[in-house]
Design a protein around this ligand. Structure first.
Ligand code: IPE
Ligand code: IPE
Ligand code: MG
Length: 260
């Protein structure tokens, strides 16, 4: 602090306009380990421009690329991206087909870059009903990156949290039936180990774009103590500065996990 006349003021101006956040503003010791994003607003982005909704989904891929790179740079351990929900089948067939073709386009273009950045690709969701070409591309990407040790890029594709919990319960019930697990051994940790995220810590930070403030069947079990951050920015407009802003705000929050 320094004084001018009798008025105390900080020697550094702390509040910057949002658009000018840089990596230097982030406390690199306190970066969230697992960031999850509900990438929403592609359709509205397109509509605002008089374009078909699929143009928004296409543009959204560029935001994925930007955010993956920044997460890698910040040493985020895992980034989970909600790409297609079990409820999204309600959309027009042509839109569904387009969205389900995007993993092929994305990985076809950016897999070499992901490999170079030491990113490991993972997917969670129901494989059945997905086009065979999508499944094959995703499997190849997982295989080609399985020994990478950098950012885990986890796509939620044909994912629904309730479905995930049902699948976990079924497997657990089977293991009780075949006596590999005893009912009295069921704990939070045990049930977590039956989830698609068994190899990941729970998300520290959840971001949802486009102004909607709901979870839309995303990671209901895993988000129990996650910090939530909502923005009106539409996903295709989501820039590095927005992620930095979310992380900086996250770093200013007190996480008590029920304690004091
Ligand atoms: C999110 O954008 C992408 C997916 C759900 C696949 P939307 O397509 O939901 O965009 P809005 O919400 O209609 O603007
Ligand atoms: C959630 O967005 C699903 C994805 C981002 C993949 P939606 O746009 O489908 O969610 P609702 O319908 O607004 O809840
Ligand atoms: Mg939406």
């Amino acid at each position: 602090m320094f004084e001018r006349g009798s008025f105390w003021r900080p020697s550094k101006r702390r509040r910057k306009p949002k658009e000018s956040w840089t990596v230097e503003d982030v406390d690199l010791q306190k970066v969230p380990k697992h960031v999850a994003i509900i990438m929403d607003g592609n359709g509205r982005w397109a509509k605002k421009r008089g374009l078909p909704r699929i143009a928004g989904h296409h543009e959204g891929m560029k935001a994925v690329r930007r955010i993956v790179r920044l997460c890698s740079q910040l040493n985020v351990e895992a980034l989970t991206l909600y790409a297609f929900s079990t409820e999204n089948w309600k959309r027009p067939k042509a839109e569904v087909e387009y969205i389900l073709g995007l993993p092929e386009e994305f990985l076809g273009t950016f897999l070499p870059e992901l490999i170079e950045e030491n990113v490991r690709v993972e997917v969670m969701g129901e494989q059945n009903k997905l086009p065979a070409s999508t499944v094959n591309t995703v499997r190849r990407a997982m295989k080609d990156t399985e020994s990478n040790t950098g950012l885990i890029l986890n796509f939620a594709l044909n994912y629904g949290s309730r479905q995930e919990i049902i699948e976990a319960c079924k497997s657990l019930a089977e293991d009780i039936e075949n006596e590999t697990i005893d009912k009295k051994d069921i704990t939070e940790e045990l049930l977590s180990s039956y989830m698609a995220t068994c190899y990941l810590d729970d998300p520290d930070l959840l971001i949802r774009t486009s102004g909607e403030q709901r979870l839309s069947n995303f990671m209901l079990w895993q988000l129990a103590y996650t910090e939530l951050w909502f923005t009106d920015v539409l996903w295709p407009d989501f820039q590095e500065e927005h992620l930095l802003e979310a992380i900086i705000q996250f770093q200013g929050r007190g996480r008590r996990f029920g304690g004091v």
